[in-house]
Structure formats: structure tokens, C-alpha cells
Design a protein around this ligand. Structure first.
Ligand SMILES: [Zn+2]
Length: 126
């Protein structure tokens, strides 16, 4: 069965797609990841069934890593009026909750958290 290195869960927002793809390419992951692009990335990870999509990737492609990528001015969070540091602070608990759930179910998975600024910078949080 085919396998790949990672599963990426990021927001569907068109403004971030090029920067996300470039960042993943720079990590050497080009062609090595399943890609999930949904509103708010890991927001409501359990409630919206996003966990099931990541687990499909795990089951089908034996992924080793998961990248959860959130971003500035995310419409799913509607925090655009706040300073970007505050936007990140409000999104981060959702990212950490999703990471915790994944690690509980699959302790061997590496889970990376990243935040993308609309100027294209990506900061890895964990
Ligand atoms: Zn978004």
C-alpha cells in the first residue's frame, strides 16, 4: 500500500495556499503529504469530524507526522480586528487540543503546530 510522510490540515482560505505550499516544499515535503484544507483548520477538531479525516490519512497512508496550520485574519475565527498576537493566542488552544487528541490516539505521531502570517511568514509553535 502507498504511504506518505505527513498529513497537513490547514484552512481553506485562498490567501494562504501559496505560502503553505512553499513552506512545505522548503521542508522537503513536496509530494509527501495528504492535504486537508477546511475552514478554521483544527478548529472544532472533534465536533466537525476533522479528526476522522486525519485518521483516514493515517490509516490509508501510514503517515508519520501531522501539520496543523492556522493563520492570521481567519474568517472561521472572526478575530481580524484584534492584534495578530491575540489572534494567535485565541487559536492556539484549539491547535493544542487537536494535537493532544491525536497524540492520545497515536502516540508515535509527531504533531507540528504552525501559524501563518498574511505576509507569508510561517512560525512553527511546536
Ligand atoms: Zn482561515
Amino acid at each position: 500500500m502507498a504511504s506518505c510522510q505527513a498529513c497537513v490540515l490547514t484552512c481553506m482560505d485562498f490567501r494562504i495556499q501559496t505560502a503553505v505550499a512553499n513552506w512545505l516544499r522548503d521542508k522537503g515535503l513536496l509530494g509527501q503529504y495528504d492535504y486537508l484544507s477546511l475552514p478554521g483548520a483544527s478548529r472544532n477538531f472533534l465536533e466537525e469530524g476533522k479528526i476522522n479525516l486525519v485518521e483516514d490519512s493515517y490509516r490509508l497512508h501510514q503517515i508519520k507526522e501531522v501539520y496543523l496550520i492556522h493563520h492570521e485574519d481567519c474568517g472561521a475565527y472572526n478575530l481580524g480586528d484584534l492584534p495578530v498576537a491575540e489572534q494567535l493566542a485565541r487559536q492556539r488552544p484549539d491547535m493544542e487540543a487537536a494535537a493532544r487528541i491525536l497524540k492520545e490516539r497515536h502516540p508515535e505521531l509527531k504533531v507540528h503546530l504552525a501559524f501563518l502570517y498574511l505576509d507569508g511568514r510561517v512560525v512553527e509553535l511546536a
